[in-house]
Design a protein around this ligand. Structure first.
Ligand code: ATP
Ligand code: MG
Length: 140
């Protein structure tokens, strides 16, 4: 069993579309093991996206991710990291496949609706960034 961190990004909450994304997640049979809404500070967004520090889009990315509340979730299941990234679609919504969340709800490469961890190590860091053990369903 694997877990991943999913985020519904600020633009989606501003548009009142978070329920649509949650429905898609449920319709695809993902198990939501934890979920909450948070509003990051710019500094916290920078710590979450530390791997992108120094890149040209870091400043804008952290500004955007702290511009309003987000919904963070732990999704669990076999191969969930890859399955969730595949449902999200390509980083740039204009290049994302039909039927993916970024194709349906993404605006541009920055405001691309959702986030997903890209490997087990990043998933472990990202889940513990937002959730304590007590907040995550234990699967029993
Ligand atoms: P995420 O990490 O959010 O799941 P990803 O793994 O598809 O997305 P990354 O390369 O990790 O993409 O980039 C992290 C985030 O930084 C992207 O989701 C996007 O919001 C932003 N980003 C990435 N590349 C660019 C870019 N060229 N210009 C502006 N923003 C970008
Ligand atoms: Mg990434």
């Amino acid at each position: 069993m694997q877990s991943t961190l999913a985020i519904i990004k600020p633009e989606i909450l501003k548009k009142g579309l978070s329920g649509k994304i949650i429905s898609i997640i449920e319709e695809h049979g993902f198990r939501i093991s934890a979920m909450k809404m948070v509003h990051l500070t710019k500094d916290q967004a920078g710590r979450f996206y530390h791997v992108h520090r120094g890149k040209f889009f870091f400043e804008e990315l952290t500004q955007y991710m702290s511009s309003g509340p987000i919904i963070v979730m732990v999704l669990s299941g076999d191969n969930v990291i890859e399955r969730w990234r595949s449902l999200m679609g390509a980083t740039d919504p204009s290049k994302a496949k039909e039927g993916t969340i970024r194709k349906l709800y993404g605006t541009d490469i920055q405001r691309n609706a959702v986030h997903g961890s890209d490997a087990p190590e990043t998933a472990a860091f990202e889940i513990s960034f937002f959730f304590s053990k007590m907040e995550i369903e234990n699967g029993s």
